[in-house]
Structures are given as structure tokens and as C-alpha cells.
Design a protein around this ligand. Structure first.
Ligand code: EPU
Length: 357
């Protein structure tokens, strides 16, 4: 992989003398936003990218399965995570370059996403405000190319520092090499190749609010052009209204992706379901449509349904919740019921959004 020509270098740290301590039997109940009871057989807290090589060598020598966990807000974890779980805890954020055109901000993969968005606004660096209040960490954001209210994080990423498990070195991938598309990237497509350690954002100085989404635009009708802070506050209000706070009720945000269908299928569906909510997708000639999965699930009557300890959130049918005592099996069983019904009703396959282990 190329190195970004103008990529900022990571802050220098002293070379590690020892591999971090292996932690046995770590409860991840507070580290998965569903709040499932999960035990990691072995865990390492990764606070420095330079430690990863030694940890990976140890994992390879013991021939153990492994995965990385950020904030645990987009995962469905089983009761026992066998092998090794790397807890991504690399901290720190700094403006590493700035001129009249914009700023490069370099952020550790373990930094909380929303705290980082607030930090950018506190430093007069607008751009990420539409993505406020998305749970999770900075290092997890590029994996599924998080998006909300017409903005995707990939648009603001300059490059990504990652440990490459093939070359066993830290590499710097340009955004153009990360294949960002709707809720997808090379990191999601090849889960065991790269371990994201640091994200370099580029925030242009030229800014105007992005209010294409009706919900957000509605917050500012007949008003002055809002500031980035005002947009951030409005986004937080909408999210708080529609989405459950994982601290109060376990969830992983949208449980399904919004399916993208061909024009002909969309037109046939629209005839049958004139109320169907959808959005244009990709270039206009192709005429592909992104269908609102939440609307379809709601139409099938699932909103607010309870299935034992788990259920469908009462204010947003795209979100599955853990009322307490749920597990990966119970939420996946509910997901299957929903997928089957949507398939029967609309002939559309819903893909699960969180990563399953
Ligand atoms: N709708 C219903 N019933 C429902 C849910 C939605 O009729 O129960 C309708 C809404 O009225 C609206 C449409 O479906 O007309 C779309 O709903 P909404 O605006 O809430 O957005 P979404 O498509 O459900 C997506 C993202 C969210 C993101 C919002 C806002 C995906 C899978 N989800 O949700 O992202 O916050 O748009 O941009 O793309 C996440 O990924 O975890 C997430 C929360």
C-alpha cells in the first residue's frame, strides 16, 4: 500500500519494552452496547500501535482466533469470546496540519466518537456535526463508514493508519484505498487484514450546513443559516427522540441496512405500496433506490414487539433492543423472523448491519 505523501506522522512514542499484559476472563458486559453478558477468554488493552506486532506474534504462536473490539456498539457478541480480544484503547487527538484551506486532525482509534465530534467543534473545525451522538469509537467509524443525515465519515477521512497483518507493519491507507461505500469499506470486507490504530481526518475550512435530510432541514425552517454547533444540537435532539440510549436500553443502532434495489423492482414495489419510503442511490441514470428498512419493518407490524428479553424499539423499527437478559441467540432469532416476513411481503432481503462473532 502507498504511503500518503502528505500524511502526518503519528506522535512518536518510546519503543515498547514488553508486550501488554494478557487479561484472562474479562467481562465485556459494559463494553457491548446491547449489554449482553459476554466473557472474553483472553484480552489485551491496546494503548499503543507499536505494541500490536508483539501481541499478534503471540496470538499466531498460540494459534488462537482473535478480533478487535472498539466501543462494542455495532457488534452482536456470543456469551463466550474464545481466543483473544484486542480492546482498542489508543487515545489522543491533535491538529497536525492547518492552513487557510483546512486542517488535518489525527485521532487515536480508541477515542469516543461523539467526544471527538464535540472536540472538533470546540476547535472551530466544523464538518462532522451531522454525525454527532453516533455511539462507538473513532477506529470503528471507518469500518462501516458510519453515516447519518446525509453525511458519511469517509468523506472527511484523509488516510488511516493501520497494522497490516500481511506485511506485519503499520501502513497508512489513503481514503481512496479504503473503498468507502454505504456502510462498507475494505476493513469490513477483510476483517482480519487491518487493525485501525489512528484516523487522519481532513476538515476543509470552507463550510456550509448540510441539511438535505428532511428531518434536519425541518429544525431550521424560516431561520438564519445555522452554525455547526446548532446543527449538532439539532442532530442530537432528533437522535434522542428516535433512537434508544444504550446506557438505558441495550441496542446496536440500526440492526439492518437499508436495502438498495434496481429501478424496476422499486417501481413494482411502489405500485403495490404507494407509501413506501425510499431515497435515490448512486447516479440518477441507473435509478437505483435505497429503501427505508425501518418503514418496511414497521409496515409488517413489528414496531414495539417484544420477544422475551429482546424486541423492536417502539420509536424506530430498524433498531432491535435488549430489555435485559437477552443474548446473541435471542436477538438473531428475532432478526430472522423479521427478515423472513420482509422477504415474504416485499421480496427484499434485509442484511444485518452489526458485525456478528
Ligand atoms: N420509518 C418508519 N417506521 C419506523 C422507522 C422509520 O416509517 O419504525 C420511516 C421514517 O418515517 C422515515 C424513513 O423510514 O421516513 C427512514 O427513517 P429514518 O429517517 O429514521 O432513518 P433510517 O433509514 O431508519 C438511517 C441510518 C441511521 C441514521 C438515520 C439518519 C441506516 C441503516 N440507518 O436510518 O443510522 O441515523 O438514517 O440519517 O442507514 C445506524 O446506522 O446505526 C443508524 C442509526
Amino acid at each position: 500500500m502507498n504511503s500518503a505523501p502528505n500524511a502526518p506522522s503519528s506522535p512518536k512514542t518510546a519503543p515498547p519494552s514488553v508486550i501488554p499484559v494478557m487479561l484472562p476472563d474479562v467481562s465485556l458486559r459494559a463494553r457491548n452496547s446491547f449489554g449482553f453478558d459476554v466473557l472474553a477468554e483472553q484480552a489485551y488493552s491496546i494503548t499503543d500501535a507499536e505494541h500490536i506486532g508483539a501481541v499478534m506474534e503471540a496470538i499466531k504462536a498460540a494459534n488462537l482466533p482473535w478480533r478487535v473490539l472498539g466501543g462494542g456498539s455495532n457488534v452482536v457478541l456470543p456469551p463466550t469470546l474464545s481466543g483473544v480480544t484486542l480492546l482498542m484503547d489508543i487515545a489522543g487527538q491533535a491538529i497536525t496540519q492547518q492552513d487557510e484551506r483546512g486542517a488535518v486532525v489525527s485521532v487515536g482509534a480508541g477515542v469516543n466518537w461523539h467526544d471527538f465530534v464535540i472536540w472538533t467543534l470546540d476547535h472551530s473545525l466544523p464538518g462532522l456535526e451531522n454525525l454527532a451522538l453516533i455511539p462507538g469509537t473513532v477506529g470503528a467509524a471507518p469500518i462501516q463508514n458510519i453515516g447519518a443525515y446525509g453525511v458519511e465519515v469517509g468523506e472527511y477521512i484523509q488516510s488511516i493508519e493501520a497494522y497490516d497483518c500481511h506485511s506485519k507493519t503499520l501502513v497508512n491507507l489513503l481514503a481512496s484505498e479504503c473503498a468507502f461505500t454505504y456502510r462498507n469499506s475494505i476493513f469490513k470486507a477483510h476483517p482480519n487484514r487491518y487493525i485501525i490504530t489512528r484516523v487522519h481526518f481532513y476538515l476543509p475550512a470552507a463550510w456550509s450546513p448540510r441539511l438535505r435530510y428532511a428531518d434536519l432541514a425541518a429544525a431550521f425552517v424560516n431561520r438564519h443559516v445555522p452554525t455547526a454547533e446548532e446543527v449538532m444540537v439539532a442532530v442530537c435532539k432528533i437522535r434522542n427522540r428516535k433512537l434508544p440510549d444504550p446506557k438505558l436500553i441495550g441496542n446496536a443502532g440500526s440492526f439492518f441496512q437499508n436495502p438498495i434495489v434496481e429501478k424496476a423492482q422499486y417501481l413494482a414495489l411502489l405500485k403495490q405500496f404507494p407509501e413506501l419510503v425510499s431515497y435515490p442511490e448512486g447516479n440518477e441514470q441507473e435509478g437505483k433506490r435505497k429503501l427505508a428498512a425501518g418503514w418496511m419493518i414497521d409496515h409488517c407490524g413489528f414496531k414495539g414487539l417484544r420477544a422475551g428479553a429482546v424486541g423492536v424499539y417502539q420509536h424506530q423499527a430498524l433498531v432491535l433492543v435488549n430489555h435485559g437478559g437477552g443474548s446473541a441467540d435471542s436477538v438473531l432469532a428475532l432478526a430472522k423472523t423479521i427478515q423472513d416476513k420482509v422477504q415474504d411481503t416485499f421480496g427484499v432481503t434485509l442484511a444485518i448491519e452489526p458485525i456478528r462473532y
